[in-house]
Design a protein around this ligand. Structure first.
Ligand code: PLZ
Length: 536
């Protein structure tokens, strides 16, 4: 295999010309350039698509085409390319869109890598499915043994626009060539501002907004609380049962579930309180009473137990992710918002998982017309690169004095470009509409499964954020985590990547990338149906 270089290709500089261009599926057009020798040709490449290119440079054509260090080639070809001796797979939407299981799962290469992992990493780091990834894109994840999985996980709702999405890759690669880091606190750059401008425009905030960038969802939530405490001068933060907000001390304290997130890690941050979640399927007095009763319990917690004058903010996920795609009973969130407004308490919407087009709108808050004071986001924002944001009403965000918000890597320029690429992908492919369509297809299939299997206790979610809750069945709604684990494993064996969730580990959730082709979406749901039929 000749050495090759790989990268996002723009216009090729004259003097350097490719001899081979490989892209996953689509045909590459070739057009001759008169100034090049007839034997060579320059491909007219869709600038948005990353391709695998094998180069011959005029200076190095023979006898060995590749003696020149690539660092000297790079300026001439005008892009960042990595030497790739092994000719590995290229990800993105051109990856063959198919389910393919050709080894046991995990296969031999993944098992060998898992051995290395066990020898090098602590036991506390686990994986849902320990197949080691080589490439991903469209609706598939391809592993080191050349198995191709249908992706119903998106790396936990991150690659919403698709893995290695063309605009994300192209922008990130372009930025890597210019500069990789300055620290925005030292020298600013435009892309950071462009991301903030977009989020100020898109976020469901009433009136003018400001945005600050971070690296992780946890960090965004931490900073939302810093802002809320600064503005109100109050200490207490109220979260909800079944919530997940992160693994840092404060966000872990706000996370509801003990194992595996909190056990042994206390003492936790003080002034964190928890109200019941308006969880319709498990509300004792039935879903019809859920919103009102849950809102009453929240106000009782605020007024009687904590004292509203001590509460800085109420923190809610508009759809709970790790909690099992729990959509709050309709009316609950608006009631929470009213309760907050009446008491001078800020409402923070944690849109880290549900935001950025996943549920069919830019933000899940929009489904109930919610206008929170502060919104956190991460995951889908960077198309796979680590970036997070906090957007809030201007007068709140400006309350923190200069220097009070920041971080060495926060708003890294490569991640900012990736986020701009995400916005472009969402607009270009109308991905909000796509999320609604994906949700329609999934809901219909899941409701059908519920009709056929009484262990499917609940079907819920919005857009491309759907889940089923598995129970004992036969009228017994007790959670069945064992069954859930078995179904997940069976799906994995059959080449479908699904995630589990829920406070009792009995939820299967489905978060496909919006770039998934319909045929794969249907096939994935079919695999799930077969797994249920074989077990339940
Ligand atoms: N808020 C709503 O879903 C992250 C956690 C994966 P970070 N959820 C996935 C794991 O087990 O660590 C999440 C979330 C909501 C905050 C976070 C935290 O985001 O980027 O993982 O810090």
């Amino acid at each position: 295999m000749p050495p090759s270089v790989r990268g996002a290709v723009g216009t090729l500089a004259s003097g350097a010309y490719p001899t081979i261009v490989r892209r996953g599926g689509r045909a590459t057009q070739w057009t001759k350039r008169p100034d090049l020798p007839a034997a060579n040709a320059e491909p007219a490449i869709d600038a948005a698509v990353p391709v695998l290119v094998t180069w011959q440079h005029p200076a190095t054509l023979s006898p060995n085409p590749f003696p020149t260090p690539f660092s000297t080639l790079n300026p001439e070809i005008g892009m960042t390319l990595a030497l790739d001796e092994t000719d590995r797979a290229v990800g993105g939407p051109d990856l063959p869109q198919m389910r393919k299981v050709r080894t046991s799962i995990p296969g031999p290469r993944s098992r060998a890598l898992l051995e290395r992992q066990r020898a090098a990493l602590p036991a506390g780091v686990g994986s849902v499915l320990p197949v080691f990834v080589e490439a991903a894109g469209g609706g598939v994840v391809v592993d080191a043994d050349d198995n191709s999985f249908i992706d119903f996980g998106s790396g936990i709702a991150v690659t919403t626009v698709g893995n290695a999405a063309p605009r994300v890759v192209q922008r990130a690669v372009g930025q890597l060539q210019r500069f990789t880091h300055t620290c925005f606190l030292v020298n600013p750059y435009e892309s950071y501002i462009a991301v903030c401008e977009q989020l100020n425009r898109l976020a469901p905030i009433a009136g003018p907004a400001r945005t600050v960038l971070f690296n992780t969802g946890s960090e965004a939530v931490e900073n939302a609380i810093k802002v809320a405490r600064t503005v109100t001068g109050r200490p207490a933060i109220v979260g909800l049962d079944h919530a997940y907000h992160g693994r840092t001390l404060l966000t872990m304290s706000l996370t509801a579930k003990n194992r595996p997130y909190k056990h042994g890690f206390g003492p936790f941050a003080p002034e964190v309180y928890r109200a019941p979640m308006a969880y319709p399927y498990r509300w004792p007095a039935g879903p019809e009473n859920c919103a009102r009763e849950a809102a009453d319990l929240l106000t009782d917690l605020l007024d009687r137990q904590i004292g509203a004058e001590n509460v800085a903010a109420v923190l809610v996920e508009p759809i709970q992710g790790e909690g099992g795609c729990v959509v709050p009973a309709p009316g609950f969130l608006p009631a929470v918002a009213r309760a907050c407004t009446e008491r001078g308490i800020l409402l923070i919407a944690d849109e880290v998982q549900a935001g950025i087009a996943r549920t069919g709108d830019w933000f899940a808050c929009e489904h109930e017309g919610l206008r929170p004071d502060l919104v956190t986001m991460a995951k889908g924002l960077g198309g796979g690169l680590p970036i997070a944001a906090l957007t809030g009403r201007t007068e709140l965000m400006d309350a923190v004095p200069p220097g009070g918000l920041g971080g060495t890597f926060s708003g890294n320029p490569v991640a900012c470009e990736a986020a701009l690429g995400v916005f472009e992908e969402i607009e270009r492919h109308d991905l909000r509409a796509r999320a609604i369509e994906v949700g329609r297809v999934m809901r219909a299939a899941l409701l059908d499964l519920q009709r056929r299997h009484d262990v499917v206790g609940d079907v819920r979610g919005r857009g491309a954020m759907m889940a089923i809750e598995l129970v004992k069945g036969g009228g017994d709604p007790s959670p069945d985590a064992e069954l859930t684990g078995r179904i997940a494993r069976q799906c994995h064996q059959q080449g479908l990547l699904v995630l589990t969730a829920g406070s009792w580990g009995n939820v299967l959730r489905f978060l496909p990338p919006l770039s998934i082709p319909n045929a794969l979406l249907d096939e994935g749901l079919q695999v799930l149906g077969e797994a249920l039929a074989a077990d339940a």
